[in-house]
Ligand binder design. Structure first.
Ligand SMILES: Cc1cc2nc3c(=O)[nH]c(=O)nc-3n(C[C@H](O)[C@H](O)[C@H](O)COP(=O)(O)OP(=O)(O)OC[C@H]3O[C@@H](n4cnc5c(N)ncnc54)[C@H](O)[C@@H]3O)c2cc1C
Length: 288
């Protein structure tokens, strides 16, 4: 299958890209790795007349720590995140989840920004960013703004991105050293989207959970922050009662579709299991 005809633009700066987006309006789409957009164009589910490729904008590839914040440029690929020492040292959940995205071929080209801006509930990185309380830097012709990952997702392919805006970078507050983390993903085979997945970032003090965030992938029409599930384990030593309470609270907010990955009931059940596994893994990894 071949996409419909389109014009290709390769701006060198964010301003140039924003100007092109403003010029072509609804007829233009940003192109990052193309690993979601090009398949949609081949299926004629998307038919932009203009593709604005961000690949030549060098500023969008940086991965660097600035004080207590890790800044990741939107065009950093999943493979670059996996290879990054600063990512492994400061936010190892990003590396763990990146290794579970698609397959190596897709990860060499697919970008963090594309994964986050896409708005597909099957994308893995939105839940990871919600666990970490990351914020997204957005730029357009009318200026720049920052939106919290937790406020960004509104529904399937619906996000807080306004027409003409580009996601330029992600700001991640660096979690405490010794924090526990895990991203657990059930999938049918390598390269598949999640049947159900859960991310956890927590800290432990005196053998008990001191802080905890939990987020879910592909268990609703958008990534979900499971606040009640996290509250259920804080102050506990993560015994069976706490794990069961967390799974119950997480299942209560899930609303997955029945699809080729399983019925809604099955996916909700295994979603709770992913939450329990991620909690147990994160707790075992935490120091404190
Ligand atoms: C076989 C296969 C398996 C996959 N499995 C998984 C999986 O298990 N988990 C997972 O998370 N993903 C999976 N994916 C999707 C993959 O991770 C994509 O790379 C990702 O969804 C989109 O990133 P991209 O850089 O390719 O973006 P593109 O496809 O180029 O863009 C995706 C969308 O985001 C917009 N966009 C891109 N970048 C920006 C930006 N900086 N600012 C504003 N808008 C932007 C585009 O206009 C487009 O609408 C899979 C893909 C394939 C082909």
């Amino acid at each position: 299958m071949i996409p419909g005809p389109f014009s290709y633009h390769r701006p060198k700066t964010i301003n140039e890209a924003a100007a092109l987006l403003a010029q072509f309006g609804d007829e233009a789409r940003v192109l990052a790795g193309g690993q979601s957009l090009i398949p949609m164009m081949k299926l004629r589910l998307a038919a932009p007349e203009h593709l604005i490729d961000l690949a030549a904008i060098g500023d969008l590839r940086k991965v660097e720590r600035a004080g207590d914040t890790l800044l990741i440029g939107a065009m950093a690929t999943q493979a670059e995140l996996i290879a990054s020492k600063v990512v492994a040292d400061t936010v190892p959940i990003v590396r763990e989840a990146s290794l579970l995205v698609a397959d190596p071929q897709v990860r060499y080209i697919g970008t963090l920004g594309g994964n986050l801006a896409n708005g597909d509930p099957g994308n893995d990185m939105p839940a990871v960013m919600m666990c970490l309380d990351a914020s997204y830097r957005l730029a357009g012709q009318s200026g720049t703004r920052t939106v919290k990952s937790r406020d960004f997702y509104q529904g399937t392919y619906v996000t807080a991105l306004k027409p003409g805006e580009i996601l330029t970078a992600v700001e991640i507050p660096v979690p405490l050293a010794g924090h526990g983390y895990a991203y657990e993903k059930l999938k049918r085979k390598i390269g598949d989207y999640a049947t159900a997945a859960a991310g956890v970032v927590l800290t432990v003090r005196g053998g008990k959970v001191a802080t905890c965030t939990i987020a879910l992938s592909n268990l609703a029409d958008k990534a979900l922050l499971a606040k009640d599930a996290a509250a259920a384990v804080i102050g506990t030593a993560l015994d069976k009662a706490a794990l069961d309470a967390a799974a119950k609270a997480a299942r209560a907010i899930m609303s997955p579709a029945s699809d080729t990955r399983g019925t809604a009931e099955y996916r909700t059940f295994v979603g709770g299991v992913m939450v329990q596994r991620a909690l147990a893994n994160a707790f075992a990894r935490a120091k404190g």
